[in-house]
Design a protein around this ligand. Structure first.
Ligand code: CAA
Length: 283
């Protein structure tokens, strides 16, 4: 069954971006949040990004209108009833995700695919909690979603070939590049990225260089758009700490172990850009 209507659970940083790119590609897109206030804030995030795009000459007035025409927000699961695909981008908590999937399954048709944007949780476990494990997979987007070209399409143990093919096709339809990855902690990108980010923190801990020097090293020496410590601030130190712990639990390898400085910064509330302070000051 072709995908026409897409539901997005969560309108935070990732959910808002996912809803935006889905609506921009012409899919009728309904984004769900827990209450009106959070929903309003999430939709405002999309409007702000579009306005910024128009200002920079990157988004035309017509493209902006397409997104806004195809997009609607709700706080009721019942409004997702016509969805052919529901992409979940809510809090990284297995139990809360399972409860959300049960609410989705109570309203959608049997053909509907459920895809998680999780960066580190086990998709096989999430699928096993549903009545349609063959129609559960992963769609892992990257921040900022409207600008990053890649989406990892995750195949869990029970994901059917048809579901996987449909998800690969959906990613192409929204103008992104899909790569197929198995359901193993961190998939492909975080398997490589997380040890690199953690190593940058270890370098700082050891006094190998200042944050600025470490970042400039990778930015100017290797052509990365951001240095690792600036990227950590951008992703969120709490998010990285959480992902690293899950990967360490899965593989029991030292390279995934969060360094002491990361834990302390999280405990101190220095979470990066979103808290105003991380390796750099944003106040
Ligand atoms: N609408 C449309 N286009 C926009 C826009 C908007 N609102 N805002 C910016 N753009 C465009 C810009 O015009 C620019 O386009 P060109 O390259 O054609 O000139 C491009 O987007 C980049 O924008 P900026 O010049 O304003 O900013 P920048 O050059 O500093 O890039 C960035 C910003 C894209 C974030 C870049 O720094 C980058 O790629 N950083 C790395 C991000 C990254 O690694 N993300 C992955 C994180 S890991 C993750 O998400 C997964 C996980 O599981 C943790």
């Amino acid at each position: 069954m072709p995908i026409k209507t897409v539901g997005v659970l969560g309108c935070g940083l990732m959910g808002a971006g996912i809803a935006q790119v889905s609506a921009a590609a012409g899919f009728k897109t309904i984004v769900l949040e827990v209450n009106e206030d959070v929903l309003k804030k999430g939709l405002g995030r999309i409007e702000k990004f579009l306005a910024g795009g128009v200002e920079k000459g990157k988004v035309t007035g017509e493209q902006r209108k397409t997104v806004l025409d195809n997009l609607s927000g709700t706080t009721k699961y019942a409004d997702l009833k016509d969805c052919d695909l529901v992409i979940e981008a809510i809090i990284e908590n297995v139990e809360i995700k399972k409860q959300a999937y049960a609410q989705v399954e109570a309203v959608v048709g049997p053909h509907c695919i459920i895809a998680s944007n999780t960066s580190s949780l086990c998709i096989t476990e999430l699928g096993a909690a549903t009545r349609r494990p063959d129609k559960v997979g992963g769609l892992h987007f990257f921040n900022p979603v409207p600008l990053m070209k890649l989406v990892e399409v995750i195949r869990a143990l029970a994901t059917s070939q048809q579901t996987h093919d449909t998800l690969m096709g959906f990613v192409q339809a929204i103008g992104k590049e899909p790569i197929s990855a198995p359901d193993k902690g961190g998939f492909i990108v975080n398997r490589l990225l997380v040890p690199y980010l953690l190593d940058a923190i270890r370098c700082l801990e050891e006094g190998l260089g200042t944050a600025q020097d470490i970042d400039n090293g990778m930015k100017l020496g290797c052509g990365h758009p951001m240095g690792p410590l600036a990227l950590l601030d951008f992703v969120g130190l709490d998010t990285t700490y959480y992902i690293a712990n899950i990967m360490f639990d899965e593989f029991r390898e030292q390279r995934f172990a969060p360094p002491p400085l990361l834990r302390r910064m999280v405990l101190a509330g220095h979470l990066g850009k979103k808290s105003g302070k991380g390796f750099y000051d944003y106040k």
